[in-house]
Design a protein around this ligand. Structure first.
Ligand code: CA
Length: 110
């Protein structure tokens, strides 16, 4: 990549890299058809390691399992990139509300 990435580009790269970090290593890449994904165990590890500030109950195994089952739309026991992205979108939406609320309260206190 030429030059420094923008904050958004950096954020997307971080999200993709985070997925790769936990996805099963089958010597596979995005250009090949073989199904690649994060196992349920790996996904639970990701929740506790990477999302313990944004998601409550990540240490609660039952809650984590329910979240994983909800995300695994095609029930193949793996979290695909699309399913992972659903989680990111699901987290981003309430957080964007929170950020807006914080900005509003800053405006009013000034
Ligand atoms: Ca799946």
């Amino acid at each position: 990549m030429i030059g420094d990435p923008s904050e958004l580009e950096w954020a997307v790269q971080t999200l993709v890299k985070n997925y790769d970090k936990y996805a099963s290593k089958g010597g596979c890449c995005c250009c090949c058809k073989r199904q690649r994904g994060i196992t349920k165990g790996g996904f639970r590890k990701m929740l506790t390691h990477e999302l313990n500030h944004m998601l409550t109950d990540t240490k609660n195994k039952q809650a984590a399992n329910k979240l994983i089952c909800d995300l695994d739309e095609n029930h193949d026991g793996m979290i695909s990139f699309d399913e992972y992205w659903t989680l990111i979108g699901g987290i981003a939406s309430p957080i964007s509300c929170l950020i807006r609320q914080q900005e509003e309260s800053v405006k009013f206190t000034k």
